[in-house]
Design a binder for this molecule. Sequence first.
Ligand SMILES: Nc1ncnc2c1ncn2[C@@H]1O[C@H](COP(=O)(O)OP(=O)(O)OP(=O)(O)O)[C@@H](O)[C@H]1O
Ligand SMILES: [Mg+2]
Length: 386
Amino acid sequence: MSPTRRVSAAGPATPGPGSVVEVTEPADRVQRPPAEVRYADELARLREADTAARPPGWVLSVQAARRFVVGDSKLGISRKFVGDPSLIDRALITLATSRGLMLVGEPGTAKSLLSELLAAAVSGDSTLTIQGGAATTEDQIRYSWNYALLVADGPSPRSLVPAPLLRGMAEGRTVRFEEITRCPLEVQDCLLSPLSDRVLAIPELTGPEAMVFARDGFSIIATANTRDRGVNDMSSALKRRFNFETVFPIADLATELALVEAEAAALLRRSGVTAEPRRDVLEVLVTTFRELRTGETARGDSMDRLSAVMSTAEAVSVAHAVGLRGWFLRGEPGTAEDLVSCLAGTAAKDNPEDLAKLRRYLAQQVTWRGGEQWQALHNARHLLPG
Ligand SMILES: Nc1ncnc2c1ncn2[C@@H]1O[C@H](COP(=O)(O)OP(=O)(O)OP(=O)(O)O)[C@@H](O)[C@H]1O
Ligand SMILES: [Mg+2]
């Protein structure tokens, strides 16, 4: 049995953090298990019902993998990615070819989530992941050595330490490469021969072990953000070996609001908050994010866009913070005042002009809408710092 922690306290009569009693929860909970663990039941159900042909090396057929990502109410499969289902079809077909899949788009549009879901659906494992950054080296992508064994035995399969690319090729699984364009160009280019010849050379070894040939099921999903460095920081030779798919922000307010509500409610439950987030507050939050992102209000006035990223992912995280403030500070759901306090940290990160734009928005673009929460948002504008 896993160790448990009993959360219990004498508290006020009204529901609130002090009154949470007799909640038994695992003390060693993983904060965010990988997709194949979070959705293990759904994957098992899909596998059981899956009679369609599978591409070689895949754990699910293309149709079942698609259902895993976009949902299927008849089989009780939840919709995990909100967007154009034809994007998922194209992505899955690319993974069945010998080309890599490159997901590009604005920050916070669920590129990483989508790559995780696709890897879980295709290989049953989303953990062969390389996180790209300025300091990423080829060793972290391909393989490195256990130096104690290397000194004792010389280069041998025993002293070889495989990194995600080598493992994905040898085991026939999907490899995820996050933020690939943040890596130096020459480091990215070590993907060229695995993608085109499906082989990785290990020149330090001799004999058959000096070449690792990719098994069926090996593929690469890379992500790149159009804000940070764009996809120009990639050699044209490597670009040619990828199919590019753009992931767009969610087009309409109602869909984005439903997603933010569902995600924020789930995050709040995991944080021990039993009060559901208020829909009227979330509506104000999502509308505010959309308007500050696009530079246009609901009645068509143009206004200043923020330079900070006001993505759906940021909206979910602010909705979570608003709920936490309401609950842990006062024992109630979060309000528009909490929203103003949380907005400052998101909207005005490194640019003082953004704070001025946000202040202007709260002063001029909020009251004409009517509604209690919009009025409260306007009244709370003094909570912005500075
Ligand atoms: N279309 C969408 N479908 C489902 N969730 C979405 C969608 N857009 C945004 N989200 C939210 O964003 C979160 C995922 O963001 P993720 O980190 O995958 O974005 P990203 O595009 O990789 O961002 P970045 O460019 O900053 O790395 C999800 O957990 C969900 O809350
Ligand atoms: Mg990402």
